[in-house]
Design a binder for this molecule. Structure first.
Ligand SMILES: [Zn+2]
Ligand SMILES: [Zn+2]
Length: 251
């Protein structure tokens, strides 16, 4: 390509590009209007927060169920290693298309979009958060190299900038390759799938610290609980789990 053509391409304004390749809503595919980011206002308006009240431990909507020994029926079975789990959105409707675009279609610019949702949630909903650093749930290195990035780390990097906190992506590593949790249908299968899936790698920074453990979607809590176990084993003082979305219950 001649330098003139390249220069010409560089000179094309955003408006001209938008005219020929108008940005489309990630969910419904409609043309976006000026000021709309990734979703049209109708799809963005369909994002749903979790219906209150929530379980104080795992963050599940309680409905009309009550807590027994400080646990709800959706709490992970056995020992719970995280101190609380939070998610601003239900994994349902248009936001699912955004999560999948970030996770499987390299739309990395969505990381900042989701980090802003988390930032707003932290400021508005979490009482006096005193996290001292962020640990994104790691991918197994083979999956990482195949995908080229870890979506939770990408969100974590943006959030760490907004909150001015360190990011500790190497504290824990995924030592065993696990099946995607979404392919497993029962709580027991999911728990078994991630058992001993994580190991400490460079855990020094988390010692005596309150860690914000970050992932994209909370399914049964098995992954976050197993990762929290390792963080507590290496001396984390407190682990608060935070995900962008929470999946509706699988049973
Ligand atoms: Zn739309
Ligand atoms: Zn619970």
């Amino acid at each position: 390509m001649s330098p003139h053509v390249l220069q010409g391409i560089r000179g094309i304004s955003r408006d001209v590009l938008d005219f020929f390749f108008p940005p489309l809503c990630l969910s419904c595919g409609e043309k976006l209007l000026p000021g709309e980011g990734f979703f049209c206002s109708r799809c963005h308006g369909a994002f749903e927060s979790l219906p209150l009240p929530l379980c104080p431990v795992c963050g599940a909507p309680l409905g009309n169920k009550s807590l027994e020994k400080n646990r709800c029926p959706k709490c992970p079975t056995g020992v719970i290693y995280f101190d609380a789990a939070h998610a601003p959105l239900l994994y349902h409707g248009p936001v699912v298309d955004g999560i999948l675009a970030l996770k499987f279609h390299s739309r990395l610019e969505l990381a900042a979009f989701f980090a802003r949702i988390l930032l707003y949630y932290i400021k508005m909903e979490m009482k006096t958060p005193d996290f001292e650093g962020i640990v994104p749930v790691p991918l197994h290195y083979r999956r990482f190299y195949k995908r080229g990035y870890n979506q939770s780390e990408e969100i974590g990097r943006e959030l760490s900038r907004y909150l001015d906190l360190p990011l500790w992506p190497e504290a824990v590593r995924r030592s065993r390759r696990t099946s995607p949790q979404t392919r497993l249908s029962t709580h027991a299968d999911r728990k078994k799938n991630v058992r001993r899936a994580f190991q400490p790698a460079f855990p020094e920074p988390v010692k005596d610290r309150h860690v914000l453990l970050l992932d994209d979607v909370y399914t049964t809590g098995s992954t976050l609980n197993e990762c929290s176990r390792v963080l507590k084993d290496v001396g984390a003082r407190k682990v608060t789990a935070l995900t962008v979305c929470r999946a509706l219950s699988i049973d």
